[in-house]
Design a protein around this ligand. Structure first.
Ligand SMILES: [Zn+2]
Length: 157
């Protein structure tokens, strides 16, 4: 059997899955369709290998990818052989990605950009994270002033 025996629609499916999975990056949530496409791609590639009796190398070539890229993708998911020590396990690295992003956002700093102490009474909690109350007040003051000036100018003209 060679890659020529694989129906074009099967190769197209693999190509589409791979294309979609390429849009995932480190910040992509674990249940995002783009990330799931990578899992599906690996599962399908192994099924195609077994169903048509062709090597992963032939499949890779047939869809225009390097053998190394396909092997790494599959191995990172623990579906084939062992990883090199430098190749961290894909699943372990991304399981708590939402948690990690939230942590990166809050950073647990004790002063804001302008140096106000970030104590609980000086914090406003938004769904997107926390903000310095003093800076928010200053921002609103500046905005009010600016609008007042703009209004003054409109009336003068
Ligand atoms: Zn501040």
């Amino acid at each position: 059997m060679s890659a020529n025996d694989i129906p074009p629609r099967v190769l197209a499916e693999l190509r589409d899955l791979h294309h979609l999975s390429r849009q995932a990056n480190g910040m992509t949530p674990i249940n995002d369709p783009r990330r799931l496409a990578g899992d599906e791609f690996c599962k399908r590639a192994l099924e195609v290998r077994d169903d048509y009796g062709v090597s992963l190398q032939d499949i890779s070539a047939a869809i225009g990818l390097s053998r190394a890229a396909v092997y790494l993708k599959i191995k990172r998911r623990g579906l084939l052989g062992a990883l090199l020590p430098s190749q961290t396990n894909y699943k372990n690295r991304t399981l708590d990605i939402e948690e990690r992003n939230a942590k990166l956002r809050s950073k647990n700093k004790d002063v804001c950009k302008s140096g106000h102490a970030l104590t609980e009474d000086n914090l406003i909690h938004y769904p997107s994270g926390r903000r310095c109350r003093k800076c928010e007040d200053l921002r609103i003051q500046r905005r009010t002033l600016k609008r007042r000036q703009e209004r003054g100018r409109t009336q003068a003209s």
